[in-house]
Design a protein around this ligand. Sequence first.
Ligand code: ADP
Ligand code: MG
Length: 265
Amino acid sequence: MNKPILVEDPEIDTPAHLLEINDLHVEADGVPILNGLSLSVEQGKVHVLMGPNGSGKSTLANTLLGNPAYQVTQGHILFKGEDITGLDTPARGARGLFLGFQHPEEIPGVSVLNFLRQSMAIRKGISDLSVLEVRMSLIEWTRRLGMDDRFTQRYLNEGFSGGEKKRNEILQMALMEPDLAVLDETDSGLDIDALRVVANGIHEVRNDRPQLGILLITHYQRILNHLSPDVVHILLDGRVVQTGGPDLAKQLEADGFDAFRAQVA
Ligand code: ADP
Ligand code: MG
């Protein structure tokens, strides 16, 4: 089992775990969704959380980023050794936590450029970031991700195709320079080419930031053909019921979630 991090221990300057979730219970509108979820993610590792629809994957992603629609009733979230359970979303983003959404919202009137400029300013703790600086980063990263940089003049996600939305999430991940990225079904709704582009984008960002930890949330095995995980967790009914290596994903593909459900029962 994972060793708990002693937050107050002065000897630990680099926590072994980037993210540590202990016995997390979460509800929305009074309905319990997560029921004692525990998992941890180390620096530089790719963890995959796999669960069927309705198992609580997006609830976890939202809770990690501090969406107020989800209430933590028990348990803790430690990020880089700090208990962030009570922090708001901007405070979490500023500390280097990034969430790529399953369904990115359309924000008419706000261009990709302006959105990124504001987000990067919060992350860097600067009140105003020069447009030039943001443009330079954007030119570099749209090139590395194989995107057309005129894209950044458009309103955020407005009229974007499914693939463009997900690529835009990867672009945000690159520019925000997070320590941990939580990617909620970045692979859903993508055709095989878009899937490859998104997976390559994740590789590109990891090359740039080898210390980046990733928690990739999915209910398909297929993105794992492009991205080899270090650790796989199986989520059922709001709890991690099994954790293992890449073989666990293969076992899941062969046997389905019901096999795990039977084991747990
Ligand atoms: P997944 O992403 O694994 O498909 P979700 O976390 O979206 O699962 O949802 C898990 C369960 O929690 C579902 O039954 C869903 O209806 C419920 N749920 C999610 N968000 C809310 C909410 N804001 N209010 C009430 N119920 C919710
Ligand atoms: Mg979901």
